[in-house]
Design a protein around this ligand. Structure first.
Ligand code: ADP
Ligand code: MG
Length: 578
């Protein structure tokens, strides 16, 4: 910045594109994902010139998924930059997903010129209005001078209160318009959200309910991961010897291999707990709404959440603790500390949970040890788990691939698991992996991103493999290939089926082309590809992929096309797939 005397005299002009870039930089935006075109190319170039990293993607939807994962991983929103009309519409899926997950995100969309509005301009669409349903805040600055103000407000809205998506609309005529530098005032970087704490009397009541619990359970959700509450929650678990259950993305807040983790007895823990403390987890479909028959009808819920409107959804909680999870957990610790107490480790509750965990683990081990070919899901995941680096990110999506994978693949670190999430979105995997990879490269080089995809899930954003190769990201993609959505057919059945009839008439809707060589998508762009059919081939290809840090890989793992999960869990498949 020139000194103020000089600035006052200056005739220097600045373009709208540069003002946007500077406003983002001032708000500490580190990463932009997008696809350029009219009218946003100049914005991306200006941002790069200011040191903001720009990652060009192949579809706005994947770009938006990537930007939203940046928000979850770094607590500041990533930006998704898209062109007008269809570009913005492709990004709506990412906005909805971010909002449902309560993740911060800032989408910047170019739009048609203001003086052509309602005339049928190129890619004209009511974008601010369209985004309203998918965001917490959606606005168009009234002038270039207003851009820094609106961008600060969007960034702030995305991280304050319950985090979510925000949209800022930039008309094409703003981008290249020049204004005097002195007319622009940049807003200061908006501070991290203020920390709120729960009411003291509610904390006292909660502590007493926990102390009097016969069969207590802590549920750790992705809100706890987002709140960086790992230290306080781990202390709560260990000091009072309380059983805990992570939700899919709550995995790793306390490591999965912790002796008090009852993930392997999930159904039993939910069904018989008499007191459940929810740390940043909603009683939605993932947690079976908190209702019988999956829970006791008189189970007492203690709900910890930053969003007041969430408290009391579906079930009337016994205690509500409104506030930041980390701060509230510290309040709880302080209160519980006043009287020496711990939950008895020899209780009947612990015994029944341990028994169930043992039998469930034995059942999956047995399936994993099956030698028959093609492999089943359990065999595949056990071999992946054996080689999984402890500090890796695990990204996963698919139906059985994600569900079974979650029970076998362990997380040891918070915010290191990303999956289809609250909205059950397929197609998020590659965008999430790309976001995790750029963050890992900057903050903890050497970390791997292991992206475990069903073959159908992989297809949604498959062309992002080119993005992975272009930026040479430390990603290993494993495509667990059963030739279909839920289930598929082997090649012989396929050929038989097509002998007499046209494919559109006879191929079941869930079938995909059998024996597809997805690994060639990776080799097409210079990465390494493996087609594996046996446990030995899987082990070897994973070893080689992990040893070579110079290239991304894709391992296409063929499994039994009709493989499913273990029998006793069958009834969950339909009800809960996250
Ligand atoms: P999961 O899918 O893991 O069950 P959800 O997305 O359903 O988790 O719930 C996360 C909850 O965490 C949301 O209700 C959200 O309001 C809450 N939350 C997010 N950030 C914080 C925070 N810093 N402190 C407290 N609660 C938070
Ligand atoms: Mg499949």
């Amino acid at each position: 910045m020139p000194d103020s005397n000089f600035a006052e005299r200056s005739e220097e002009q600045v373009s709208g594109a540069k003002v946007i870039a500077q406003a983002l930089k001032t708000q500490d935006v580190e990463y932009i994902f997008g696809i350029v075109g009219i009218p946003v190319t100049e914005i991306a170039i200006a941002a790069q010139q200011l040191g903001i990293k720009y990652i060009g993607m192949r579809n706005e939807q994947a770009a938006c998924y990537a930007a939203s994962a940046i928000g979850y991983l770094t607590s500041r929103p990533g930006v998704c930059l898209v062109v007008s009309g269809p570009g913005l519409i492709h990004a709506l899926g990412g906005m909805a997903n971010a909002n449902m997950n309560c993740w911060p995100l800032l989408v910047i969309g170019g739009s048609s010129e203001r003086n052509q509005e309602t005339m049928g301009a190129f890619q004209e669409f009511p974008q601010v209005e369209a985004c309203r349903l998918y965001t917490k805040f959606s606005a168009r600055p009234s002038s270039i001078e207003a851009i820094p103000f609106v961008i600060e407000k969007a960034v702030r809205s995305s991280i304050y209160g319950r985090p979510g998506a925000c949209y800022v609309d930039i008309p094409a005529d703003f981008v290249n318009l020049q204004v005097n530098v002195n007319s622009i005032k940049y807003m200061e970087r908006c501070m991290s959200p203020p920390i709120s704490m729960a009411e003291t009397s509610a904390v006292c009541t909660a502590a007493s309910v926990i102390r009097n619990a016969k069969q207590p359970l802590l549920i750790i959700g992705k809100g706890a991961a987002y709140a960086h509450a790992e230290e306080s929650i781990k202390k709560l678990v260990e000091q009072y010897k309380l059983p805990f259950l992570p939700t899919p993305m709550g995995k790793g807040v306390v490591p999965d291999n912790h002796p008090y983790c009852v993930g392997a007895a999930r159904s039993r823990a939910l069904q018989f707990a008499d007191v459940i403390v929810l740390f940043g987890a909603r009683l939605n479909w993932i947690l079976h709404f908190g209702l019988p028959p999956r829970y006791q009808p008189d189970v007492k819920f203690i709900q910890v959440d930053i969003c007041a409107e969430e408290l009391g959804n579906n079930v009337k909680p016994t205690v509500t603790l409104l506030g930041n999870i980390h701060a509230v957990t510290k309040q709880l610790l302080e209160e519980l500390d006043k009287t020496p107490w711990q939950y008895p480790p020899e209780s009947k509750w612990w015994k029944t949970l341990r028994e169930k965990m043992k039998s469930n683990e034995a059942a999956s081990k047995e399936l994993a040890s099956k030698k028959s070919l093609p492999m089943n899901y359990y065999t595949v995941f056990y071999h992946i788990q054996e080689q999984l680096p402890r500090d890796c990110f695990v990204v996963s999506e698919g139906a059985n691939t994600m569900d079974i994978g979650r029970t076998v693949l362990q997380n040891y670190l918070p915010r290191h698991r990303l999956d289809a999430g609250t909205f059950g979105t397929m197609g998020v995997g590659l965008g999430f992996a790309i976001a995790a990879a750029v963050v890992a490269k900057d903050r903890s080089p050497g970390q791997w991103i292991i992206c475990v995809e069903g073959d159908s899930a992989f297809g949604f954003s498959g062309m992002e493999v080119e993005t992975i190769c272009r930026y040479n990201l430390p990603i290993i993609l494993l495509v667990v290939n059963n030739n279909g959505i839920y289930q598929g057919f082997d090649t012989d059945t396929w050929k038989e089926m097509l002998k007499f009839q046209d494919a559109t008439a006879v191929v079941p809707p869930m079938c995909l082309l059998p024996n597809s060589h997805y690994e060639q998508v990776m080799t097409a762009f210079g990465g390494k590809g493996y087609f594996v059919q046996t446990p030995e081939e899987l082990q070897k290809s994973l070893r080689q992929s992990l040893a070579d840090t110079t290239k991304p890989s894709l391992i296409n793992v063929m499994i039994e096309p009709q493989a499913t999960r273990k029998a006793q869990a069958e009834h969950h498949v339909k009800a809960a797939k996250a």
